[in-house]
Structures are given as C-alpha cells and as structure tokens.
Write a protein that binds this ligand. Structure first.
Ligand SMILES: NC(=O)c1ccc[n+]([C@@H]2O[C@H](COP(=O)([O-])OP(=O)(O)OC[C@H]3O[C@@H](n4cnc5c(N)ncnc54)[C@H](O)[C@@H]3O)[C@@H](O)[C@H]2O)c1
Length: 202
C-alpha cells in the first residue's frame, strides 16, 4: 500500500518540540495541506506556527494549546479542525512522557495511553468521523516505535516513511540511521506466543 502526505489534513499531538516538531517540518516539505499542532508548550508551539507562516504563508500549521488528558480540550480541537479544514485525514498520537516514577506513573498512562483511546473512540465513523480519518478502523492505524537511540530526526523520518508504506494495523520500528522497518510479523508472533502461554496456564 502506498499513501501520500500531499494535501492531507493532519492532527499531531505533542509536536511543539522533539520528534513531533521534526515530523511537522517534514510534513511541510511533503506539501501537506494543513497540520494542527496540539501541545501544552505554548511558547514552542507558537514559534513553530510562526516559522510555518514565514515559510509557507497562513494556514499551513496552526498551534492549539491543548492538554491531551483533558477530554473537553481534545474534543474541542478535533471539532475546530474538522469545521475549519473540512476533514481530518490523519491523527498522529505523539504526545508522551517517559517517567515511570511513583509520583507520575498515572499521568504517564493518561497521556501515553488514555489520550489515544479517547481519540480512537471519538473518531469512530459512527460517531461522526470524517471519511478517511486515520482512526477509521481498517483505514490506517499503525504503530511507529522509536528506540531511545533513534534521535528526533531519524524517528521523524520513520513516521513519515511508515505512513507511506505501512498497511493498516502494521507496526514499525525506527532505529538510528536505518530505514523504518515493518516488524508486524514479529509482533504478531509475539502475541501468538503469549496466547499459547495463557492456554498453558489454563
Ligand atoms: N525519543 C525516543 O527515542 C522515543 C522512544 C520511544 C518512544 N518515544 C515517544 O515518542 C513521543 C515523542 O518523544 P520525544 O522524545 O519527542 O518527547 P519530548 O519530551 O521531546 O516531546 C514531547 C512533547 O509532548 C508534549 N506533551 C507532554 N505532555 C502533554 C500533554 N499532556 N498534552 C499535550 N502535549 C504534551 C510536550 O510538551 C512535548 O512538546 C513520546 O510519546 C515518547 O514517549 C520516544
């Protein structure tokens, strides 16, 4: 399957800095129609928006201050993007924190996992998702995984490439300096092995 970024409307969370920011820059190079950048970091988010206006004119990148664990904020931004842009083609669930400490692990789960499920549910076709939305089952969920050594630039390129090449539901591994690799069969096999383990226990 080959997908194109050209002319797509994309929502990406946590993209004021880091991998998300690098993905936004690459999306601009891929002639994207519009990127909605959702982040709690207003300063860097607005800088990225301004950089895009300077390079490409208005409406290519729009920053929304949004905490992804706040359902109302998230839903409101999704609705705004849909109304202003007419559709949402791709959602990149990138916002995350890596902190397993006792003080923050609940917040980590809410950001890294909970927000994804909220977006999934709220984008289901029967709940009014635009046709072609990344969250339409069977159209496009895929799971890019970056290793800590991958670095922002390498990881961002992996996200761009995995979307172009990936089947719906596929899982991709991004390793430093290497092309994004489709590891779906290995992940599927891992789940099969774990399922076998369950039957042994039973
Ligand atoms: N760097 C890596 O190699 C690596 C490896 C595995 C997974 N990841 C994951 O990739 C994603 C991006 O990683 P990164 O290295 O660019 O991280 P980063 O910390 O540099 O950037 C994360 C961004 O998310 C934003 N954010 C945090 N909480 C938020 C919230 N509640 N609502 C909205 N925005 C929020 C931050 O403000 C920041 O801009 C994360 O989910 C991370 O866990 C990264």
């Amino acid at each position: 399957m080959v997908y194109q970024w050209r002319d797509k409307v994309v929502i990406i969370t946590g993209a004021a800095t880091g991998i998300g920011e690098a993905v936004v820059r690459r999306l601009m190079d891929e002639s994207i129609n519009h990127v909605a950048v959702l982040d709690v970091d207003e300063s860097n988010g607005k800088s990225l928006q301004q950089e895009s206006i300077t390079k490409y004119g208005a409406n290519k990148v729009k920053f929304y201050k949004c905490d992804v664990i706040n359902d109302d904020q998230l839903f409101s931004v999704f609705n705004s993007v849909k109304i202003e842009q007419g559709a949402i083609d791709v959602v990149i669930n990138n916002a995350g924190i890596m902190n397993d400490s006792w003080e923050t692990y609940k917040k980590e789960i809410a950001i890294n996992v909970g927000a994804f499920f909220f977006m999934w549910e709220s984008r289901r076709p029967e709940k009014g998702a635009a046709p072609g939305s990344s969250m339409d089952p069977g159209v496009y969920p895929l799971n890019p995984i970056g290793l800590p050594l991958a670095g922002s630039e390498s990881a961002a390129q992996g996200v761009i490439d995995a979307y172009k090449l990936g089947e719906s539901g596929s899982t991709w591994l991004v390793n430093a300096g290497e092309p994004a690799a489709d590891i779906t069969s290995a992940v599927t096999r891992a789940y099969e092995i774990m399922s076998e383990g369950t039957s042994i226990i039973e």
